[in-house]
Design a protein around this ligand. Structure first.
Ligand SMILES: C[S@@+](CC[C@H](N)C(=O)[O-])C[C@H]1O[C@@H](n2cnc3c(N)ncnc32)[C@H](O)[C@@H]1O
Length: 386
């Protein structure tokens, strides 16, 4: 595909997303029916679409319209790309710019914050002076981070295997398990290091949270909102114990057995209706459903879909999970509440409400990481029963 044809394809996919199709589905749908597109084409189109979604509002202003073409034009103008070459009209390429479009991209627009309007005041209050840096970071691409599985290898040894796989990495200071991929991100999933469970994809903020908690061999650990099991496997990399996975939607755990096998970890999957028979647990970890606002640079379409009503609904579920999960913790055990959110409503406010309503529990430690820390946003609170 020519660079211009990739742009035209990204425009059409953006229009599909703007009409309500989730981004991943729109991209997969296009890739399926476009066998002529090679892996480099697919990667380039994906990058164009995600860059445009991250900066959707400001790009629409710069491009002079809020459809796929306007947004794509705007984001390329922001990046000072060669617009005449990319909008050449050759073959399957994007049509040449109209006079109105030329005028729009030439106009100076104030760079707005690329966040839904309703959430800006809330985030400004919650993040304080860190707001501008976070808002800006959410407009940028995210680094690819790996977690080294300490059960199987060391960080140095994993780096060598990754190098043989064609993946260059650098250690990250925030967690002793973390590597940032510098070159070859698309080779990770097919490489030896990943396939043999030496590394997993995981942001450094989750790794740092798990590293900051006190783990002891022999504990029975329940991941109450296990999903794909990312947190549980990170915990298992740090201790020997018995590991249990639970999720209200068991389908969300379908990748977990294969991931656990790769990592060399035994995980017992517990059906929602039999969880109390397995209690009590020494640790109950609740990686609750949340806005995902700390990870919006990775899932930028979620940012634009998120509403105040969704936040209210999530807050109710989060409080309910914390309440239910606390009843599964053994006397003297540890309860952990975690989100990948930047919003106090999902983080500190939930924690404060829980200890107010349950005075037998107290907070041992809480930590909020934001994108200003060089990671995704992540919050956790560790509770103990007094
Ligand atoms: C943030 S995701 C978990 C991600 C996972 N821990 C990981 O690291 O890969 C939240 C999970 O909570 C689950 N969930 C939603 N409501 C729940 C509830 N009431 N009880 C337990 N799990 C719930 C969702 O199905 C989803 O898989």
């Amino acid at each position: 595909m020519t660079p211009s044809a990739r742009i035209q394809t990204a425009i059409e996919i953006l229009d599909d997303i703007l009409s309500g199709t989730p981004a991943e589905k729109a991209l997969t749908g296009w890739a399926r029916k476009s066998r002529f597109a090679g892996s480099k084409d697919r990667a380039a189109v994906r990058d164009h679409v995600f860059d445009a979604l991250r900066r959707r509002a400001s790009a629409a202003l710069q491009g002079g319209s809020d459809d796929g073409r306007g947004i794509m034009l705007g984001v390329l103008a922001q990046d000072e790309a060669d617009l005449e070459r990319l909008f050449s009209g050759d073959g399957y390429g994007a049509a040449p710019m109209t006079e109105a479009e030329v005028a729009a991209v030439a106009a100076k627009v104030a760079e707005p914050v690329d966040l839904p309007d309703w959430i800006v005041p809330m985030l400004r209050t919650d993040l304080g002076t860190a707001f501008p840096e976070n808002a800006d970071a959410l407009r940028q691409r995210a680094p690819v981070c790996l977690r080294v599985n300490l059960k199987k290898t060391t960080r140095d040894a994993a780096q060598l295997v990754l190098q043989d796989d064609g993946v260059t990495t650098a250690p990250m200071s925030q967690a002793d398990t973390a590597l940032q991929v510098l070159e070859g991100p698309r080779k990770v999933a097919v490489g030896q290091a990943y396939q043999t469970g030496l590394v997993e994809l995981q942001d450094v903020s989750s790794q740092a949270a798990i590293a900051a908690l006190p783990w002891s061999d022999g504990q029975r650990v329940l991941d109450y909102c296990a999903g794909g099991g990312g947190k549980l496997l990170a915990i298992a990399g740090r201790m020997e114990g018995a590991f249990f996975a639970h999720d209200a939607n068991p389908d969300r755990m379908q990748d977990l057995p294969a991931r656990a096998a790769r990592a060399g970890v035994d995980v017992e999957i517990v059906a929602p209706d039999s969880i109390s028979q397995h209690a009590p647990f020494d640790v109950v970890f609740c990686d609750v459903p949340c806005s995902g606002s700390g990870t919006w640079r990775r899932t930028p379409d979620a940012k634009w879909r998120f509403t105040a009503e969704m936040l209210d609904d999530l807050n109710a579920v989060q409080a309910q999970i914390l309440q239910e999960a606390s009843g599964l913790v053994a006397q003297g055990g540890m309860l952990v509440y975690a989100t990948c959110s930047l919003l106090a409503a999902e983080n500190g406010d939930q924690v404060d409400k829980f200890v107010q309503e349950n005075p037998e529990w107290s907070v041992v430690h809480r930590q909020q990481k934001t994108l200003a820390d060089g990671s995704d946003g992540f919050f956790f609170a560790q509770f103990t029963r007094v």
